[in-house]
Design a protein around this ligand. Structure first.
Ligand code: ATP
Ligand code: MG
Length: 615
């Protein structure tokens, strides 16, 4: 498990896979693009040939050439421009398609990825993969693909040169070959620095996000300076990396151009020698010089493409790392549809270790009777939520097995297993959509009436009705438009709609005021009737209503029983109970009085204790 791995790739591997998996399928459009590029290359190289022809004609005092030369040049450049324009449009269409496909697949991978891997990755690093890396890949692919045009132009132009004077051309190729030597060296530096830049950007985004998401705490604790300092460090590192990369990028073009200048000088020398020896004439010389001039543009573009292409490799490595994550929580080969469960759950010798190596559960053995309510209590960090996470297979146990109605949960399809479970968690997350949709997410095909009924049962109808558009109000999860208690009630309504035989309630009423709690408690009682209910609760009323109480500590189940049995045993439960509910005999032998006083008259003994707690 653990982090998403990135494997170092060669340019060939990185782009080969890009070609094979993403680009190749657009071959008809690519063929058109290749044809356009060939025309571009021929018209570009034809320019030099045309010059030789025109000068030759002028030398021979051919009057026709005065007429044909301008027309020829105009036609040549016009054709080239039209093809160039069409090619840019076409290539960008293909590559934008590739970009969209990659993003879609990345998102699909993300949504289905094992939680262990997902949680090990900084959210900002994932966001960077989505935006920055894909954009870089696009730029790199445009450059790399476009370089085919430049290579073709290079070949065609060299062919023209060969036709003018092959010996000279071969000499020139050797001289110009030297130009590409520094490109390779700079490319590897650019690639490494680019990798560091991407990592730094991810860290910076993460720092900025964290600061802003906790802005209330930041302001209250006056942590602005700490935040600024952390972010500033990141900005500074980025500054240095950017300067470093630009140094290499910027050096590349002048070096190439300077070397090209030297090469042109050498060429002129050769040409002069050849003219003197009578090997070529003036027309041939002009043709050669024009060809060299024509070559500088694709030559420069090729060096740029090389630099951007090198950056693209590291982006591709990261993106492939993402695609290549292997999910372990998946449907095995022999999984079956389980049908509606009765709800008996057995944990058999279950251990769980989080991806970071922390052992959160040890030797969990527990039989939960169908239709009964089990309350899980224990100190914070005891492993209660972790037990819950194992049931819908958000994680798989590191050791041991879990059974639902006697069937190992791994033998059921994930869908049929998860269909049996409703969850109301500490973080009751809402999704984009209307209020009705958010409740309806509980069950596919839930109609509006069912959602409204569930909202009423979850004591959510009141506040929903007060919204501007009632049930049709659009929820924007990124904006905090609901209070914690309201979110929780929506989440409870969602669970009611779901109507699953197993109910997981992780502190379901933690964010509710006394009045709302009382009203939804009734709904939850009705909901849990006939269902296997596992509830993590710190509240006495919930604990007392449970058929069994499971006491957890340090990843172990240390006791199990009813409230009275556990109190009698005098273990951790009694300690927690006494500590939390402040019922231990004080030194003078009388129970301590709680400072909070109820505003409402207390009823039974349980109610009295709750009131004393100030709820
Ligand atoms: N993703 C994670 N990676 C590593 N360790 C984790 C992760 N999630 C939880 N833990 C650790 O596992 C232990 C059990 O966590 P768990 O969330 O199950 O506790 P809990 O009993 O539900 O506590 P609480 O009452 O505070 O909600 C804790 O020590 C916690 O730090
Ligand atoms: Mg918890």
């Amino acid at each position: 498990m653990a982090e998403i791995q990135t494997k170092r790739l060669t340019a060939r591997e990185a782009y080969g896979r890009l070609w094979h998996d993403w680009v190749k399928k657009h071959w008809p459009s690519l063929m058109v693009s290749v044809v356009l590029m060939i025309i571009i290359a021929l018209t570009t190289a034809g320019y030099a040939k045309f010059m030789e022809y025109a000068i030759g004609g002028l030398e021979a005092r051919d009057v026709n050439i005065v007429f044909w030369a301008p027309i020829g040049i105009i036609l040549l450049t016009l054709t080239r421009s039209i093809c160039h324009y069409s090619n840019v449009i076409l290539q960008n269409r293909i590559l934008s398609r590739v970009q969209a496909d990659m993003q879609r697949e990345m998102y699909d991978t993300l949504v289905e990825m094992d939680l262990g891997q997902l949680l090990a990755e900084a959210p900002a690093a994932i966001a960077a993969r989505f935006s920055a890396d894909i954009e870089l890949i696009r730029m790199a692919t445009v450059a790399v693909f476009g370089s085919l045009r430049d290579v073709l132009t290079l070949i065609a132009t060299i062919a023209v040169m060969l036709s003018i004077d092959w010996a000279m051309t071969l000499a020139l190729i050797c001289v110009f070959g030297l130009v590409f030597l520094p490109v390779g060296i700079a490319g590897s530096h650019i690639r490494n620095t680019s990798k560091e830049i991407q990592q730094e950007i991810a860290q910076m985004t993460s720092a900025v996000n964290e600061g802003l998401s906790g802005i209330r705490m930041v302001r209250t604790y006056q942590l602005e300076d700490t935040l600024k300092a952390t972010s500033n460090k990141s900005f500074e590192r980025l500054y240095h990396l950017r300067v470093a990369i630009v140094k290499w990028q910027a050096a590349l073009s002048p070096i190439v151009e300077a070397l090209a200048g030297v090469a042109v000088g050498v060429t002129l020398f050769f040409v002069a020698m050849r003219i003197q020896s009578g090997a070529i004439d003036i027309a041939g010389m002009i043709g050669l010089i024009t060809a060299l001039g024509v070559l500088t543009n694709p030559g420069r573009k090729l060096t740029q493409a090389f630099a951007i292409g090198a950056q693209g490799i590291s982006a591709l490595e990261r993106v492939y790392g993402f695609f290549d994550t292997k999910n372990t929580v998946t449907d095995g080969p022999d999984t079956v549809e389980g049908g509606r469960a009765k709800g008996q759950i057995i944990f058999d010798e279950v251990d769980f270790i989080y991806p970071d190596g922390f052992q959160a559960l040890k030797d969990i053995n527990l039989t939960i009777e169908a239709g009964k309510t089990y309350a899980f209590v224990g100190r914070s960090g005891a492993g209660k939520t972790t037990v819950f996470n194992l049931l819908p297979r958000l994680f798989d146990p590191s050791k041991g097995e879990i059974f639902l109605d006697g069937k190992e949960i791994k033998s059921l399809t994930l869908k049929s297993l998860r269909d049996q479970i409703s969850l109301v968690s500490q973080d009751s997350i809402l999704l984009s959509g209307t209020v009705t949709e958010n409740i309806g997410f509980g069950r596919k095909g839930a109609d509006e009436q069912a959602c409204i009924k569930a909202a009423k049962a979850a004591a959510a109808h009141g506040f929903i009705s007060k919204l501007t558009n009632g049930y049709d109000t659009v929820i924007e999860p990124s904006k905090a438009t609901f209070s914690g208690g309201e979110r929780q009630r929506l989440s409870i309504a969602r669970a009611i709609v779901r109507d699953a035989p197993v109910l997981l309630l992780d502190e379901p009423t933690s964010a509710l005021d006394a009045e709302s709690e009382a009203s939804i408690k009734e709904a939850l009682d009705a909901l849990s009737k006939g269902r296997t209910t596992l509830v993590i609760a710190h509240r006495l009323s919930t604990i007392l209503d449970a058929d069994q109480i499971v006491v957890m500590d340090g990843g172990h189940i240390i006791a199990q029983g009813t409230h009275d049995e556990l109190l009698e045993d005098g273990g951790l439960y009694a300690d927690l109970f006494n500590l939390q509910f402040d019922m231990s005999p004080a030194k003078n032998g009388h129970p301590k009085r709680h400072r909070h006083v109820s505003r409402r008259p207390a009823q039974g003994p349980v109610e009295r204790i709750i009131r004393m707690m100030g709820f």
